[in-house]
Design a protein around this ligand. Structure first.
Ligand SMILES: NC(=O)c1ccc[n+]([C@@H]2O[C@H](COP(=O)([O-])OP(=O)(O)OC[C@H]3O[C@@H](n4cnc5c(N)ncnc54)[C@H](O)[C@@H]3O)[C@@H](O)[C@H]2O)c1
Length: 389
């Protein structure tokens, strides 16, 4: 078969795209779902989902704890319509910042731009889909032209934004969100990127080159001589600064992947690199299908994270992993949380505090370096390192 872009030979037969449009589902705090979780989810991973709901509402949302909460997002969640749960948690101040794969942010833009993704079947002929110009993410189907038109929007945004140097991914996504709010009024109801910009919640991506957003930034450099660059160092320091400033810190991890580590590495960045012992993350909730036995990061337990200083050893009871597809667990969790008495709190609007908090991090790191200087000869006298050089 000659190589070409999908569907360029003809028009799409409509049947693949005849499924209902996927809409962002917005949790409303259903009392029935809270009842199901409290009374029906009694053992195994159902009970772990219940535990996650109670850790979040009873402890992380306890006003005395003033927990800074990070949400990490991996897996095809915005294509599956789960962006609405993220929008709701951001609007209610229940999530202070987000770390996502680029894919979820890119696919979120389709909703912001009013393109339609459809419910479908995973049991279809992919060669036929290719001929028809239909893209498939498991059972989510949409025309290839959605990709092309979303890319065209990103490229036009890059040109009009005037950004032309290193920026953190939070700054980039904030500018993107503001642009969407201006050009697509009302889209904050059905776009994570737009809702986060409106609410002042920073969004980071742990792998900026790994998505169509990154691909279009690369185009902008090559074709327009742009110097715009997502600066990973800024991202590392900003997330680290949020964690340092947090009275307590907690996370909700959807899936795993690089966003999980990007959040959790904040604590080792503090103690291992900057010499500031913050004590480890206080709360850890993960919904994942990944297994611990393969030794990968995504399946690693909170207990393993203790050994890295990522999780406070004293708080293991405040950590939970529910082995469950996030497309099931996260809407249930969101309904429970939204329906709780603590289902809304004042937003921290961290996107506007990035520079001040990074400056505070630097100040504390300078103090730490003055008080505990690392002698330069230490490395030369460490026998283990010597042996492995
Ligand atoms: N166009 C783009 O920009 C682009 C780029 C990369 C990926 N994609 C698409 O986006 C989708 C999402 O990719 P991604 O990079 O976010 O992550 P991913 O699908 O590679 O998943 C990352 C992690 O999340 C876990 N996970 C995935 N689905 C889960 C689920 N339903 N429940 C619990 N855990 C789950 C995985 O086990 C893995 O650890 C891919 O399926 C791909 O089709 C698009």
């Amino acid at each position: 078969m000659p190589h070409r872009s999908p569907g360029s030979s003809g028009s799409s037969r409509p049947q693949y795209l005849s499924g209902k449009p996927i809409r962002y589902y917005r949790p409303r705090g259903s009392a029935e779902i809270r009842h199901l979780i409290e009374e029906g989810f009694q053992a195994f991973n159902a009970a772990r989902i219940g535990e996650a709901c109670r850790i979040f509402t009873d402890k992380m949302l306890d006003p005395d704890h003033d927990t800074t909460i990070g949400l990490t997002v991996a897996g095809a969640l915005t294509p599956a319509g789960l962006g609405g749960c993220i929008v709701e948690l951001i609007n209610r101040g229940l999530v202070d910042f987000v770390i996502s794969t680029g894919a979820n942010l890119y696919h979120d833009l389709h909703y912001a731009l009013n393109f339609t993704l459809h419910r479908g079947s995973p049991f279809v002929n992919d060669v036929d889909l290719y001929e028809e110009g239909v893209i498939r993410i498991y059972d989510v189907l949409f025309p290839a032209k959605v990709l092309l038109e979303t890319d065209a929007y990103i490229r036009a945004f890059l040109e009009r934004s005037g950004m032309n140097g290193p920026v953190s991914s939070a700054e980039f996504h904030y500018a993107l969100g503001r642009d969407l709010l201006e050009r697509q009024p009302g889209c904050e109801e059905h776009s994570v990127v737009a809702a986060a910009a409106a609410a002042g919640a920073p969004i980071y991506t742990s792998s900026p080159g790994d998505s169509s957003i990154g691909m279009n930034i690369a185009y902008h450099e090559l074709m327009n001589d742009s110097r715009l660059m997502i600066d990973a160092n800024k991202d590392v320091n900003e997330v680290c600064a949020f964690i340092l400033a947090g009275k307590k810190n907690g996370c909700v991890i959807l899936g795993g992947g690089s966003p999980k580590n990007f959040y959790l590495q904040g604590q080792p960045t503090l103690w291992e690199v900057y010499g500031i012992p913050k004590g480890g993350n206080d709360y850890f909730i993960q919904f994942t299908t990944d297994q611990v036995v393969w030794g990968g990061l995504s399946g690693a337990t909170p207990s393993e994270a203790v050994s890295w200083g990522k999780v406070n050893p004293g708080v293991l009871p405040d950590t939970v992993v529910a082995y469950c597809d996030s497309t099931i667990a996260f809407p249930l969790f969101s309904e429970y949380v939204v329906g709780s008495e603590r289902g809304r709190r004042k937003r921290k609007e961290l996107v506007h505090q990035r520079d001040a908090l990074v400056a505070a991090l630097k100040e504390e790191a300078l103090v730490a370096r003055r008080e505990h200087p690392v002698p330069s000869e230490t490395l030369d006298t460490m026998p283990d390192l010597e042996r492995h050089r």
